[in-house]
Write a protein that binds this ligand. Structure first.
Ligand SMILES: Cc1cc2nc3c(=O)[nH]c(=O)nc-3n(C[C@H](O)[C@H](O)[C@H](O)COP(=O)(O)O)c2cc1C
Ligand code: SF4
Length: 387
């Protein structure tokens, strides 16, 4: 466990007073392979939740040969408790668009899309204005890379990259089997790179500051800085940026209300950490993190918390595969039965086993991740689950 302490930084939202799209212009003066090496060496991993190394994904995409290749900025942001991508699109859209353009330049991609969740449609006029500015500058730099906005339809599962692509193709938003991965066969069957909003903005920062500086932030296990959307029982709700590698105890000391009993890291797809583990848990190390962080104080019922999460999963399961469609319903019914005394406490262990089976047998990350919050809440707060 490597602890860097709680270090607030201001990188992703920093405003700089150079002319528009200068990072892109300066980057395009370099050798493509060198820039890709910089991104690889920065240690940047995807900020959409799964944490795949960004440079490696871009290399795979660059190696694909096709006349048409697409870059998609994933701005679906449907995870409950996350709102960091919206802030980036509102405050520093230029960094996100620059990241898309650098990706297009390196991977020889022909067109870009911003997949925007429907609830963020009010951002479209400002984004379109910014895209006009981008078009003007990119042409000056000799880059032919049009970007369009695609408005989603409000399903959480459409944030999963293959469901997102299905929905862009006008089909039901249901995840595909992988392989083939989108970089091999994505939108309209062409190689497609899907990256999170924050990942793309972070690439711009790697290009601006260089991999050495970026890599000096964080720890060996996780490099760079990261945005956290903080909600719940905190006097300081909002979006905060930190160097990666801080202990939960440091985070809670700064952002809790003095009565924190648990913290959920990585949103509903992540883990619940009880007070007894605050000291020995590093946020993001061994617990997935898209950045949604919820603080619960002693007035909160953890039964209500997991009940709420399960209702969300039941609602958002696309229903395509049985373990997820039926499993989410059974978990919900199961905890309700234990709570009213229709099932004994030991039944919770059967439910944990079911959630672990869902992890192995579900088709996509939605069904696979249910066990994270389920097992961590049930195991740490069994006394709150019973009659
Ligand atoms: C149910 C589900 C919802 C997801 N929602 C999002 C989302 O809203 N935004 C996002 O960037 N990634 C989301 N992802 C992850 C994407 O599938 C994909 O891994 C990500 O966009 C890749 O970008 P990155 O490499 O920059 O992290 C979701 C995954 C699942 C399983
Ligand atoms: S795991 Fe759930 S959301 Fe994913 S494909 Fe299966 S039913 Fe759909």
């Amino acid at each position: 466990m490597s602890n860097k302490g709680l270090r607030k930084v201001d990188i992703l939202f920093s405003q700089y007073s150079v002319a528009p799209y200068q990072i892109l212009k300066q980057t395009m003066k370099k050798n493509k392979a060198d820039v890709l090496t910089e991104i690889n060496e920065s240690g940047l991993r995807g900020r959409g939740g799964a944490g795949f190394p960004t440079g490696m994904k871009w290399q795979i995409m660059a190696d694909e040969k096709a006349e048409e290749k697409y870059i998609i900025c994933n701005a679906d942001e449907g995870e409950p408790g996350t709102f960091k991508d919206r802030k980036l699109l509102v405050e520093v859209p230029r960094k996100v668009i620059s990241g898309m353009a650098i990706a297009a330049w390196i991977t020889n991609s022909t067109k870009g899309y911003i997949y925007l969740r429907a609830e963020y449609n009010y951002l479209i006029p400002a984004l379109k204005k910014e895209l006009e500015v981008f078009e003007e500058y990119s042409k000056q730099f000799g880059l032919d890379f049009p970007i369009e906005i695609f408005s989603g339809s409000g399903a959480y599962v459409c944030g999963e990259e293959t469901a997102l692509i299905e929905s862009m193709e006008g089909k039901r938003g249901e995840p595909r089997n992988k392989p083939p991965f989108p970089t091999q066969e994505g939108y309209l069957g062409k190689p497609t790179l899907v990256n999170n909003v924050e990942t793309l903005a972070s690439v711009s920062m790697v290009c601006r500051y260089g991999s050495e500086k970026y890599k000096s932030l964080g720890t060996d296990a996780q490099r760079g800085s990261k945005l956290f959307s903080l909600s719940g029982d905190s006097p300081k709700e909002g979006v905060h940026e930190f160097e990666l590698g801080m202990k939960v105890s440091d985070f809670v000391a700064e952002y809790g209300d003095g009565d924190t009993k648990a913290i959920q890291v990585g949103g509903v797809a992540g883990y619940c950490i009880p007070r007894k583990n605050f000291e020995n848990t590093i946020i993001g190390e061994g617990n997935t993190t898209g950045g949604a962080t919820m603080i619960f104080n002693s007035t909160r019922s953890m039964y209500n918390v997991i009940h709420n999460y399960l209702e969300f999963f039941v609602e958002e399961s696309c229903g395509q595969c049985t373990p997820c469609r039926v499993g989410t319903q059974q978990l919900l019914k199961g905890i309700e039965a234990v709570k009213v005394g229709d099932k004994p406490e030991c039944y919770l262990q059967d439910l944990i086993k079911l959630s672990k089976t869902m992890k192995i047998t579900s088709k996509c990350g939605l069904g696979q991740s249910v066990t994270n919050s389920f097992t961590s809440i049930i195991t740490n707060f069994p006394e709150e689950m019973i009659y």
